[in-house]
Design a binder for this molecule. Structure first.
Ligand SMILES: NC(=O)c1ccc[n+]([C@@H]2O[C@H](COP(=O)([O-])OP(=O)(O)OC[C@H]3O[C@@H](n4cnc5c(N)ncnc54)[C@H](O)[C@@H]3O)[C@@H](O)[C@H]2O)c1
Length: 250
């Protein structure tokens, strides 16, 4: 028996990195998975991989910053699977810019994808979850949403806002049996960090500053997201779950 049998999940930004690991793991655990991303080719690859391994997935092009895209994805997903039990707001982009070097365009783009995308996802999925008697939402924040770091103003602002938007939404919809939690990855090896981790000096610094001295893998995050998505966590809402080798315990 799978830990997500009978569940239907939307995972955004699931064409690669952590989202892909979550999509594959969820399917392995019995969920029907709606895989979305702006990278259509990658969406197709993930959907094909799930279906070829006996799972059940469908994929859509989906820019999370656009409300009409959300309306369409939710409509098409429900048409296919009848309901949505789990939403993972995973899509995100990173920047490495200090405040006075940030342009208004970059600021708006980061906030639109990382924060507004999360807001829109919850806005359009929660009404269906209410109708359906409940659900679980997992918003992917970051260690940058727990403490301030240097050189990523808009990213840090967006991830900090996701952390508290999660708690506010958790409180507002708990009575409808909707759980909302955030996950805070540390330094994880994905396409997002590929360039950064080529710098040996930088990766040495990450290892030296992480109590469990290694970089994280997408599956490290996916297992935490799986727990929050499953009924095993049905008394857990409004929490922030760091998965970062103890980085924020220091
Ligand atoms: N990798 C890390 O070290 C790290 C650390 C902390 C938090 N995170 C967060 O984890 C999440 C997943 O990141 P990842 O590390 O797997 O990176 P990634 O770049 O591999 O994955 C992000 C995915 O989001 C998609 N995406 C970008 N813009 C989008 C949009 N407008 N609409 C829909 N999809 C869009 C990308 O195409 C990509 O597939 C992100 O929210 C990221 O901020 C990553």
């Amino acid at each position: 028996m799978g830990r997500l049998d009978q569940k239907v999940a939307i995972i955004t930004g699931a064409g690669g990195g952590q989202g892909k690991a979550e999509a594959l793991l969820f399917a392995q655990e019995g969920a029907k998975v709606i895989v979305t991303d702006v990278q259509e080719v990658k969406v197709k690859e993930v959907v094909d991989e799930i279906n070829a391994n006996g799972g059940d997935a469908i994929g859509f092009f989906h820019d999370v910053s656009l409300e009409d895209n959300w309306i369409q994805v939710v409509k098409d997903g429900v048409e296919k699977y009848g309901k949505i039990d789990i939403l993972v707001n995973n899509a995100g982009i990173a920047t490495e810019t200090k405040l006075i070097d940030s342009t208004i365009e970059e600021w708006n783009k980061v906030l639109a994808i990382n924060l507004t995308g999360t807001f829109l996802g919850m806005k359009h999925v929660i009404p269906l979850m209410i109708e359906n008697g409940g659900g679980s939402i997992i918003n992917i924040s970051s260690i940058a949403g727990l403490t301030g770091g240097s050189g990523a103003s808009s990213y840090t602002a967006s991830k900090g806002a996701v952390r508290l938007l999660t708690k506010a939404t958790a409180i507002d919809y708990a009575k409808q049996n909707i759980r909302v939690n955030s996950v805070h990855p540390g330094y994880i090896e994905t396409p997002m960090t590929e360039e950064m981790f080529k710098d040996e000096q930088m990766t040495s610094w990450f290892r030296a500053n992480t109590p469990l001295p290694r970089l994280g893998k997408p599956l490290d995050i996916a297992y935490g997201v799986l727990y929050l998505a499953s009924d095993e966590s049905n008394f857990v809402t409004g929490i922030e779950l760091p998965i970062e080798g103890g980085y924020s315990a220091q």
